[in-house]
Design a protein around this ligand. Structure first.
Ligand code: SAM
Length: 211
């Protein structure tokens, strides 16, 4: 999709690449969902619930609200990360998301979702951008396992990865937990990160459903 100049006018991100990365993510998510044939879960007349795991600064909050909430009256996003500073930035940036989308952010361990008292409901979508599987497979397997348990029966787990190998490891681990891989796609437009060979932003997306 061509990127138009007006799409960059309203940037409020410190990293000069972020706006374009988010435009690509929006497009890639929409295309992959369409290709997968997966229905966006949840009841359009109720508030959709999206869990953004290990969200860091959660730059993608508005993209997720628009893509997963487009057919809903409202959507609420809950972001979780163990880093206090990143969650602080997310809270500040997304105190307002849109007329129909709201978000809150928690400093918590995503491998212990069952212990988080604020998460007292199930989710339609669990999302994890740039998972870090290679950097501690036990923790990430636990994060995926907890996420699958927090999904409604028709819920989707959606991940993106920076690296090919890391993506394959995550696919194996999540399928090993019993989830069904609906679709995995390589994003050939993703921005290559120049100081890290074979790494690019949202290089892969995969979509899973509960067994
Ligand atoms: C590669 S970063 C991705 C951040 C963000 N999703 C993005 O795409 O910019 C991985 C994130 O995982 C978070 N993380 C690692 N272990 C975690 C855990 N057990 N619970 C919650 N967050 C965790 C880190 O703090 C970091 O923000």
């Amino acid at each position: 999709m061509p990127l138009t100049s007006c799409e960059f006018k309203m940037s409020h991100f410190a990293n000069s690449h972020t706006d374009k990365d988010l435009i690509r993510l929006r497009q890639f998510l929409k295309e992959t969902l369409h290709k997968s044939g997966a229905q966006i879960p949840g009841n359009p007349s109720a508030s959709k619930q999206l869990l953004n795991l290990a969200c860091g600064r959660a730059d993608e909050t508005k993209v997720l609200a628009d893509v997963f909430g487009h057919d809903a009256e409202s959507i609420h996003l809950t972001g979780i990360d163990i880093r206090n500073r990143e969650i602080g930035e997310a809270k500040e940036r997304w105190s307002r998301v849109s007329d129909k989308a709201s978000a809150d952010f928690l400093v918590q361990d995503a491998s212990q979702l069952a212990q988080i008292k604020e998460l007292d409901h199930q989710f339609d979508v669990a999302f994890m951008r740039h998972q870090n599987f290679w950097n501690g497979d036990t923790t990430w397997t636990k994060i995926y396992d907890e996420a699958l348990h927090r999904l409604d029966d028709d819920g989707l787990l959606v991940i993106t990865s920076y690296f090919d190998r890391e993506h394959r490891l995550a696919l194996d681990a999540i399928q090993g937990l019993g989830a069904e891989l609906i679709c995995t796609e390589r994003n050939h437009d993703s921005r290559i990160i120049t100081d890290a060979p074979n790494k690019s932003v949202d290089r892969h997306i995969a979509i899973f459903r509960k067994p």
